[in-house]
Design a protein around this ligand. Structure first.
Ligand SMILES: [Fe+2]
Length: 373
């Protein structure tokens, strides 16, 4: 089917002004913008094409004979919890575990299972569960509620973005206003590519995020996670000493505006994880452009410090990469990892659903730094 005949991934988009703008670009046969990773990768995959349709056909031809399947050796740790035999597959040595053999619709009824999963999540920062496509959106909420208070789509309710510039906010899961539905298709390429933590422009950002994959591209669209403990540990000592007691300014984008106001929050640069007591580097350059002005750091030094911190983002040794399948659901600790979607899958479809979780303990929601003497 040609793209001009395509229907939007969600019927709520059909009359949406942002969708119609993208549709216009598609109808004019303009390739996706190379200013985004999705457009840049598409132009790499289909070199020498200037028409959108031609580019799309070239990529779909490359991926047309891919079949879904698993083979090869996977190392995993077998463990039995509450009578359920689980297989725990490490995604990388220090971060990320894929859990096989669990049914989240029923397993979370067992408090001991929930305690096990929480401990695993704190230790590994990212846990993913395969084969959960049977979970309804309501069951996703029930899962999230076992770990904390389910927040609004961007965490606490005092700042709820209503920007007309963000397509992601225009689609509502019927009956579940706390869920963010994230579609991407040939007409509306969409991927949160770029290292960030969710909603750190909130004064009390969400503790965790839960993401369910409903539709996965046959190749690409992975989510990558970066360990903020590793980012802190890997800094030279003199840099740690220089930044340890600084704070940084986190600024939302135009898409995060509420009633036209861009959200801003100031958070410590070194953050104590409120449950593990360990130190993380809490600077995500998706939202951080400067340190708080009261530190009086000269512009040149500020630029150089941010450059050094930026080098920690996405180092292979600190990261894991999660390959999505329909029915994979992941929960990550926003206090201890950055994440970035891999914007490499246009023109394939990808459909995700996200929930945020707030700490039950309100005193632990605002980031703080309390070094051990
Ligand atoms: Fe995100």
């Amino acid at each position: 089917m040609s793209e001009t005949q395509a229907v939007p991934q969600d019927p709520q988009l059909a009359d949406n002004p942002l969708y119609l703008q993208r549709r216009e670009r598609a109808d004019a046969d303009k390739p996706p913008s190379r200013a985004t990773a999705l457009g840049a990768v598409a132009s790499v995959r289909a070199p020498g094409t200037s028409s959108r349709q031609e580019m799309m056909e070239g990529i779909l031809a490359q991926d047309g004979d891919l079949v879904a399947g698993h083979f090869g050796t996977v190392h995993y740790k077998p463990v039995t919890v509450c009578g359920v035999e689980l297989k725990l597959e490490p995604l990388q040595p220090s971060i990320g575990t894929a859990v096989h053999g669990i049914d989240l619709a029923t397993a979370i009824e067992e408090p001991d299972m929930v305690a096990f999963l929480r401990a695993l999540w704190l230790e590994r920062r990212v846990v993913a569960f395969r084969d959960q496509s049977h979970l309804t959106r309501e069951q996703m909420v029930a899962f999230a509620e076992r770990f904390g208070e389910v927040g609004a789509p961007f965490g606490e309710r005092e700042h709820m973005p209503n920007s007309p510039h963000d397509l992601n906010q225009q689609i509502k899961a019927p009956g579940i206003p706390d869920m963010l539905v994230l579609p991407s298709d040939a007409t509306v390429p969409n991927a949160a590519s770029g290292w960030h933590c969710d909603a750190t422009w909130q004064p009390r950002p969400p503790m965790a995020s839960v993401l369910m994959c409903r539709e996965a591209p046959p190749v690409g669209g992975d989510t990558c996670f970066c360990d903020c403990y590793g980012m802190w540990e890997g800094l030279p000592r003199e840099i740690k000493e220089r930044i340890e007691h600084l704070t940084a300014v986190h600024i939302g984008t135009v898409g995060h505006q509420m009633d036209g106001v861009t959200p801003v929050a100031v958070h410590p640069v070194a953050r104590t994880h409120p449950e593990t007591g360990r130190t993380t580097l809490y600077v995500q350059q998706g939202f951080v452009r400067r340190f708080a002005p009261e530190h009086g750091i000269p512009e040149e030094e500020e630029r150089e410090l941010l450059r050094v911190l930026k080098l920690q983002e996405g180092r292979p040794e600190y990261t894991c990469r999660l390959r999505w399948e329909p029915g994979t659901i992941a929960m990550w600790d926003n206090r201890a990892v950055l994440h970035s979607a891999s914007g490499d899958f246009w023109p394939h479809r990808r459909l995700m659903e996200r929930l945020t979780i707030l700490d039950w303990d309100q005193a632990r929601r605002a980031p703080y730094y309390a070094p051990v003497p």
